[in-house]
Design a protein around this ligand. Structure first.
Ligand code: G6P
Length: 748
């Protein structure tokens, strides 16, 4: 309403200004034009009379001259005509010539002159024209009444005012009509938006909405609704709006900074073109929707071949490209830094150490030096990006174990939340690491350290107990190290719900037939899928062996069951990874040779990166999905498969050693090391009645829906908010204490 009043008043002021300014301007224009019209008339009258006047002047015929002048003065606008001689004496004149008229001296160059003579309220234009004859040298004067000029000006003013008032009136009526129509439509769409929110709508209405504000309004309404809901408790429905509301309510004005090695958007140069890639990383899949919802800055290694071309002077770029909502700050690493920090210590040392996948970890001094150096570089990047002294910094994964303590020194008031996306081993295994104390001390710079499971939290507490001079409070899961406390908590990570990639998916039946056509399979062929990075922790070889065992034990499945394994190449510089790729390709060939025929290929091994929409299409086309990780912090592929199946069909086989198996207990839980039992589970999945599939899938979908990634982030942020509150209370108490002690000290 205020908006309408403000703009209405502005329009009224503009209309008044127009009415005040335009008519005088128009009147003066018309007056000028009329004056020049009178001047032209004088010139015409003079030129017409000149020849006759010259003759009469030579004859000195006063009577005829006056008669000529009287004839000219018959023109109603011409008041009087006269002749001034060379001495400036008015020698001939018509009757109406004003008595006060005085001849003016002629111009030096003999040009006509025009001036105005005011007689009381009357204005006259005096036009003087030089007249030269052999005997005479004088001026003919013509006096025109300017009343007509004033009259035309007044008329012009009146007409302009009338026209302007008319235009303003018509425009106001038209604008009013349009406003009423728009307001009506706007109200209707707002009403629909409110209904949509009230009924818990999915936003489908937004897509068909005609007004541009309806979507925004719906989002605001939802935020408002969320801000009135409790943020804790088992029934809380977590969504981007809920997360935003928790941030706004519990951490008002908070600045969020994420640090990870892998960036969410990679720009690569492909020939002449820049191609955008979303990397295959569980971490990215989980954190990206959070950043989209909350905004802030994400600091990561710029690893794409066109990354440097796409950032600004400060190495920043707003993302997602389609709808920018947060800032990606890229940090550049040299090849030596990447080799030591990323390939070396992180992926040849800590990754196998924490995963217990029976790949020997390698620890090299040179890698450790690079790891420390790169952690320090990222610490500086955080300090550069932080706009406040107390940001919330979300440190991600095993690439940055030293970062929390470095940040604690540089930004003592920051809330540092570290999430370890991979398992944490027991103290015996972690004890292998030559720099265990430094790594743990680095992590203990955090305010909160999160793991996927309680089991990994306990392993961490045990490790701290074993190797550090720290106090561990098991009851509160709190570690006191130096003068600092760190909370250790399980936060099972998840995916966004519904996943963005689902928006463009075709119905399941269509996905099934499209994928079958792509692989040249008959409609009735049962399809199993596995999709992940080509990593030895994922149990890809064991899975292929289980399929081999199934086809050997139950040959009736030949021709009827096909397995598509999509494996995205990863960390290919490392021997453990290239070795795995070769071994898997060899094994797939062997199995295909053993069980295949000219028309039947049991295993398709596709070694390339799949985009999210392709992954979801494959999931929707499948009868079963195998996640057989030998060890995995959580495994989001399992959750994505469940989220993809809105038809509530399909069977998930899930490794007992993936964190996800703690939540998705309706999957067929398997031990990937036991090839026979996995082959039995595959058969069980192939024979599972649809009703049972639906029952299991429904339960799992409910869990993934409720325990989505917004809940994961929300719970971490709620804990962070509590910590901040507690710290503020402690600071207040210590300030009060010093105030109480001060007089005593002074007295002493
Ligand atoms: C795991 C790690 C992530 C990592 C991802 C992909 O999920 O926990 O930190 O981003 O693997 O690995 P990459 O080395 O390609 O980033």
């Amino acid at each position: 309403m205020k908006f309408i009043i403000r703009y209405g008043l502005a329009a009224l002021l503009m209309a008044v200004a127009m009415v005040l300014l335009i008519p005088p301007f128009a009147a003066s224009l018309i007056e000028q034009w009329s004056k020049s019209d009178v001047e032209s008339r004088s010139v015409l009258a003079f030129n017409t009379a000149l020849d006759e006047l010259t003759g009469l002047l030579d004859e000195h015929d006063a009577k005829k001259i006056v008669a000529l002048f009287e004839r000219m003065a018959l023109d109603e606008q011409l008041l009087a005509v006269g002749f001034c001689d060379r001495n400036g004496v008015l020698v001939y004149k018509t009757k109406e010539m004003p008595k006060s008229f005085v001849c003016k001296a002629p111009t030096a160059n003999g040009t006509p002159q025009f001036s105005t003579l005011h007689l009381g309220r009357r204005s006259l234009m005096v036009s003087s024209f030089p007249v030269i004859t052999p005997n005479e040298r004088g001026q003919m004067v013509l006096l025109h009444d300017l009343a007509v000029v004033a009259q035309r000006g007044a008329e012009a003013r009146l007409w302009t005012i009338a026209v302007l008032v008319g235009v303003v009136f018509v425009a106001a009526a038209f604008a009013g009509l349009v406003t009423i129509l728009l307001a009506r439509r706007w109200l209707q769409s707002m009403r629909r938006a409110i209904d949509d929110v009230r009924l818990g709508g999915s936003g489908a209405v937004a897509a068909t909405e005609a007004t541009p504000f309806a979507g925004e309004f719906r989002r605001l309404l939802r935020d408002l609704q969320m801000s009135q809901l409790p943020a804790e408790g088992p029934d809380v429905e977590w969504s981007p709006a809920m997360l935003r509301s928790v941030l706004a309510r519990k951490l008002p004005g908070a600045e969020v900074i994420v640090v990870s090695n892998r960036e969410p958007y990679i720009h690569n140069r492909d020939g002449g073109e820049i191609v955008l890639q979303i990397p295959a990383s569980g971490l990215v899949a989980a954190i990206e929707p959070i950043m989209r919802a909350c905004g802030g800055t994400w600091i990561a290694h710029g690893s794409g071949s066109a990354d440097a071309e796409t950032v600004d002077r400060c190495d920043r770029i707003r993302v997602p490209p389609s709808q920018p909502s947060y800032t990606l700050r890229r940090v550049w690493l040299t090849e030596g830094e990447q080799n030591g920090y990323y390939y070396g210590l992180a992926n040849e040392g800590l990754w196998p150490l924490c995963h217990m996948a029976f790949v020997r970890p390698n620890f090299r001094d040179s890698d450790w030096s690079q790891y420390k150096l790169v952690n320090a570089r990222f610490a500086q990047a955080v300090v550069d990006e932080a706009k406040r002294s107390d940001p919330i910094i979300l440190v991600q994964d095993y690439h940055f174990a030293l970062l929390p303590a470095m940040l604690r020194k540089k930004l003592p008031n920051a809330t540092i939340i570290t999430f370890w996306h991979i398992p944490w081993p027991n103290p015996e295994i972690f004890g292998i690491c030559p720099w265990k104390e430094e790594i743990i001390a680095g992590l203990l710079g955090s305010s909160v350290i999160g793991f996927h499971t309680r089991f990994h939290c306990n392993n961490f507490l045990d490790t701290v107990d074993r190797f550090m001079e720290a106090r561990t409070d098991r009851e509160h899961s709190l570690i006191s190290f130096g003068s600092h406390d760190t909370l250790v908590r399980p936060y099972p990570i998840s995916i966004e719900w519904p996943p963005a990639a689902m928006a463009a998916q075709k119905p399941v039946a269509e996905c099934r037939s499209l994928v079958r056509k792509r692989f040249g399979l008959a409609d009735q062929v049962r399809l199993g899928v596995g999709i992940e990075r080509f990593d030895y922790t994922k149990g890809i070889l064991d899975r292929l062996r289980a399929i081999d065992a199934l086809l050997s034990r139950c040959p009736e499945w030949k021709d009827k069951f096909v397995f598509v394994q999509v494996a995205a190449p990863t960390r290919s510089k490392l021997a453990a990874y290239t070795g795995l790729q070769q071994e898997a390709a060899e094994l797939a060939r062997e199995i295909n040779a053993r069980h295949g025929s000219k028309t039947y290929q049991p295993i398709f091994l596709i070694v390339r990166h799949y985009e999210p929409h392709e992954i979801f299409e494959l999931f929707r086309a499948a009868d079963l999905c195998i996640v057989s990780s030998l060890h995995d912090g959580m495994n989001l592929v399992a959750k994505e498969f469940v989220a993809a199946r809105d038809d509530e069909e399909g069977v998930l086989l899930l490794s007992n050693f993936a964190g996800a198996s703690r939540e998705l207990s309706e999957a067929l839980i398997v031990n990937p090391y036991d090839v026979h039992s996995v082959s039995v589970a595959i058969e069980e999945a192939l024979l599972m009645p649809r009703a049972e599939q639906r029952e299991r899938m429904r339960l799992m979908r409910e869990i993934v829906r409720l325990r989505n990634v917004y809940r994961w982030a929300g719970q971490i942020l709620l804990d962070a908010a509590d910590l901040r509150k507690r710290r503020r209370i402690l600071q207040l108490m210590s300030r009060e204490q010093s105030a109480v002690n001060a007089p005593l000290v002074n007295r002493a």
